[in-house]
Ligand binder design. Structure first.
Ligand code: PLP
Length: 403
C-alpha cells in the first residue's frame, strides 16, 4: 500500500511494507495478515529533531550514563509554551526509567505496603498489575456514564481507601486512557478537594499530555489549586512514539518536595541516556512535528466517525478529546461479552468483540475487559495510523459483523 509522502502528516509517511519490517510488539505479536490497531505505538517515522539527536550521539559514541537537568528544562519550556505552566519546578524533578516504573517509585514514597491505590476504570490495564506487584491494593472508582470522572464514586472510593490503610493514593490518568477524555480544570480541582478531604495523595500519569487534540486543552494536575502535595509523571514516549527509548520525568508539587527527596538515588540510574537525549529533543524541538501529528490525528478522528457510521452503525463512541485511542462500545453487536478473570488484567488478553474482530476481520484491537470494571463489551482502537489503514481496518470490521 503506497500512501502520500508529501503532505507533512507523519501518519502518511510510511507504507505497510515498511511498517511490517518493524520488530516492536505491535508488528510482531500477530501474523502479517492482521492489521494491528491495538498497543499504543504510532505508525510514524521519528520526528527529525529526535532522529538528529540520536544520530549525533551515535557519531560521538555518546553512549554513557545520563547526567543533568536537560530533560526537565525541555519539559519546562514545552509546558510554559503549551500549557501556560510558567514556573515549572525543574528543581523538584527526577529522571525515572519510564512512566510506570516512575509511578511505582512515587507510590512507594507516598503509600505503605498494603495501602489502597484508587484507579478509575475503564483505565490503562497495567495500572492494576503495577500497583498489585508493588504490594498495594487496587480500589476502583468507576467513571460516570459520560465516561468522565465521577466525584461521588471518587468520594466513596477515597473513603474506603482511607479505611483500608494509613496512606492511600489516587492514580489519575490525565488525559484518560482508553476514553481520550481530557479532564477539565474544574474536574481536577474537585479531585484535589476530595483528595485533601480524605487524606489521599494524587499521582497524575500525564504521558498523553502533549496529545490534546484540536478543541481540547490539557491541564497539568500540579497547576490546579489544592494539588501542592501531588506528583506528576511526564514523558515524550506516547506523543513522539519513543517507547523503545526509555525515560520519563517525575515532578513533585511544593508540598511533596520532602517525599521526592526520599526517592532512592538509584531510581534515576534507570532511564537510558539515549532515552533522555531523544525525549529532551522531542520536548525542546519537536513542537512543529507534533502539530502536524495532531492535525493528522484530528483528521483520522473525523474519518473514524464516518467509517463507523458507514460500516459499524451499531457501534457507538464518544470521539476522544485527546490521545489517539478510540473507545468503542460494541455491546449492541450481539457478540457475547468477555468475563473478567481473577487477578490483575493482562493487557494482551483477547475475548468478546476484540476476539471476534481478530478472528473474522484480521484486525487486532485491545479487548475492553482488560481495562477493569465497565470495560467488557468495548474495544480500544488505536487510530495513529494512515487513513488508508484505518479505512481498510474498519471496512473489514464491518464485513466481519455481517458475515
Ligand atoms: C496511561 C499510560 N501510562 C503509562 C504508559 C506506559 O508508559 P511507559 O512505557 O513510559 O511506562 C502508557 C502506554 O501506553 C499509558 O497509556
Amino acid at each position: 500500500m503506497v500512501v502520500s509522502a508529501d503532505d507533512g502528516n507523519p501518519l502518511t509517511q510510511l507504507t505497510l511494507d515498511q511498517l511490517r519490517r518493524r520488530t516492536s510488539v505491535k508488528w510482531r505479536l500477530y501474523p502479517p495478515d492482521v492489521l494491528p490497531l491495538w498497543v499504543a505505538e504510532q505508525d510514524v517515522p521519528l520526528a527529525p529533531p529526535v532522529a538528529e539527536a540520536l544520530r549525533r550521539a551515535v557519531e560521538l559514541g555518546d553512549t554513557g550514563y545520563s547526567y543533568g537537568t536537560a530533560y526537565a528544562e525541555a519539559v519546562g519550556g514545552f509546558a510554559a509554551q503549551r500549557w501556560d505552566w510558567a514556573d515549572f519546578p525543574v528543581g523538584r524533578t527526577t529522571l525515572v526509567p519510564d512512566v510506570m516504573m516512575g509511578t511505582v517509585e512515587v507510590l512507594r514514597l507516598v503509600t505503605g505496603p498494603g495501602d489502597a491505590v484508587v484507579v478509575t476504570p475503564p483505565v490503562y490495564p497495567p495500572f492494576y498489575a503495577f500497583v498489585t506487584n508493588a504490594g498495594r491494593q487496587v480500589l476502583e472508582a468507576p467513571l460516570g456514564a459520560d465516561l468522565r470522572l465521577d466525584p461521588a464514586a471518587l468520594d466513596e472510593a477515597f473513603r474506603r481507601a482511607r479505611a483500608a490503610g494509613d496512606r492511600p493514593a489516587f492514580l489519575l490518568c490525565n488525559p484518560h486512557n482508553p476514553t481520550g477524555v481530557v479532564h477539565r480544570p474544574d474536574e481536577l480541582a474537585t479531585v484535589a478537594e476530595l483528595a485533601a478531604r480524605h487524606g489521599v495523595r494524587v499521582v497524575s500519569d500525564e504521558i498523553h499530555s502533549p496529545l490534546a487534540l484540536p478543541g481540547a486543552r490539557f491541564t497539568p494536575y500540579l497547576t490546579v489549586p489544592g494539588a501542592q502535595n501531588a506528583f506528576a509523571l511526564l514523558s515524550a514516549s506516547k506523543a513522539w512514539n519513543l517507547a523503545g527509548l526509555k525515560a520519563a520525568l517525575a515532578v513533585a508539587g511544593p508540598d511533596a518536595a520532602d517525599d521526592l527527596a526520599r526517592m532512592p538515588e538509584e531510581v534515576s540510574h534507570g532511564p537510558s541516556h539515549f532515552g533522555v537525549l531523544a525525549h529532551t529533543a522531542a520536548f525542546r524541538a519537536g513542537g512543529p512535528w507534533l502539530d502536524r501529528l495532531l492535525d493528522g490525528l484530528d483528521a483520522n478522528r473525523a474519518l473514524l466517525g464516518s467509517l463507523l457510521a458507514e460500516h459499524l452503525p451499531t457501534v457507538s463512541w464518544r470521539p476522544p478529546e485527546g490521545t489517539y485511542l478510540a473507545w468503542l462500545d460494541c455491546r449492541d453487536l450481539g457478540v457475547p461479552t468477555e468475563a473478567s478473570g481473577d487477578g490483575p488484567p493482562i493487557a494482551s488478553d483477547l475475548a468478546g468483540p476484540a476476539r471476534m474482530f481478530l478472528d473474522r476481520a484480521r484486525v487486532a484491537l485491545s479487548s475492553g475487559h482488560v481495562f477493569g470494571s465497565g470495560g467488557a463489551g468495548f474495544v480500544r482502537l488505536n487510530f495513529a495510523t494512515s487513513p488508508a489503514v484505518l479505512t481498510e481496518a474498519v471496512s473489514r470490521m464491518g464485513r466481519a459483523t455481517r458475515a
